[in-house]
Design a protein around this ligand. Structure first.
Ligand code: F6R
Length: 251
């Protein structure tokens, strides 16, 4: 079994602080970094902690660059629960990030080719992604790279898996047709210098264990992470509870 760099934390608060401190350290050593940030529930604590670390004067989040990982097609900032809304209201806004330092998909733009081209050009213009902060879907997806996605997929529009459509309703207080998404693709994510996967809660234990213990397999996109030299896995105890002892004994 491959050795994985694991940070094991007692609870979500400790996990969030550990991830935030790690991101701050990466920014300190690379002030022109390009960060690719997942929305969703998992990273929110870490993103809030990062804002606090900046307020305490220990990191400057305003000089680095950001590319949004993904968006639901058909939704934009005005839709509560969209990736754009979550990230703007919980991170870019409170952190005071200049608008021109952020590239996010506009899920309302019918010209999805332009949206894809802009995001991928932004990544290229900044020399690739320095750090991707990822959550894991209940089906092992990364961003909206669903099971079956090729590792050569640069990014673009995807049909969402049934699990993603069902689980995704948790973000919204009214029904939306969640059929397609737009995402940074596995090719660009796996070319990042640092990849942080963050997971918390018992509900993630089985999928984390499945992805971390199998050979890389397109059926489980997150299973490509352990072969990446810059991969770091951040878990709370509940999310780590399915991992075999030999993987976590040094954590
Ligand atoms: C969201 C995203 C998704 C989520 C994943 C886990 O921008 O990219 O891949 O990271 O579905 O979602 P949560 O964190 O809500 O459990």
């Amino acid at each position: 079994m491959r050795k994985i760099n694991i940070s094991l934390n007692e609870n979500y608060e400790d996990l969030s602080m550990a991830v935030a401190n790690r991101i701050a350290a990466i920014i300190q050593s690379n002030p022109a970094a390009l960060l690719c940030l997942a929305a969703g529930d998992t990273p929110l604590g870490a993103l809030r902690a990062l804002v606090d670390i900046q307020a305490a004067g220990h990191v400057n989040l305003r000089n680095v660059w950001y590319v949004g990982l993904d968006e639901w097609l058909g939704l934009g900032y005005q839709d509560k629960g969209s990736c754009a809304q979550i990230m703007q209201d919980s991170f870019y806004g409170p952190a005071g990030i200049p608008l021109d330092h952020v590239s996010v998909f506009n899920g309302l733009d019918p010209d999805t080719a332009i949206q894809t081209t802009q995001a991928l050009a932004f990544i290229t213009a900044h020399g690739g992604i320095t750090l991707a902060l990822l959550g894991i879907g209940m089906n092992g997806h990364l961003g909206f790279n669903e099971p079956g996605t090729s590792i050569d997929f640069p990014g673009g529009v995807v049909n969402l898996a049934e699990t993603t459509r069902t689980v995704g309703t948790k973000y919204f207080d009214k029904p939306f047709p969640l059929e397609r998404g737009i995402t940074v693709g596995l090719r660009n994510l796996l070319a990042a210098r640092h990849l942080i996967l963050m997971a918390n809660g018992e509900k993630k234990a089985a999928i984390v264990a499945a992805c971390m213990t199998t050979q890389p397999d397109s059926a489980l996109p997150a299973s490509w992470l352990p072969v990446h030299p810059g991969f770091e896995l951040y878990l709370d105890r509940a999310a780590a509870s399915g991992l075999p002892d030999q993987l976590i004994k040094h954590a």
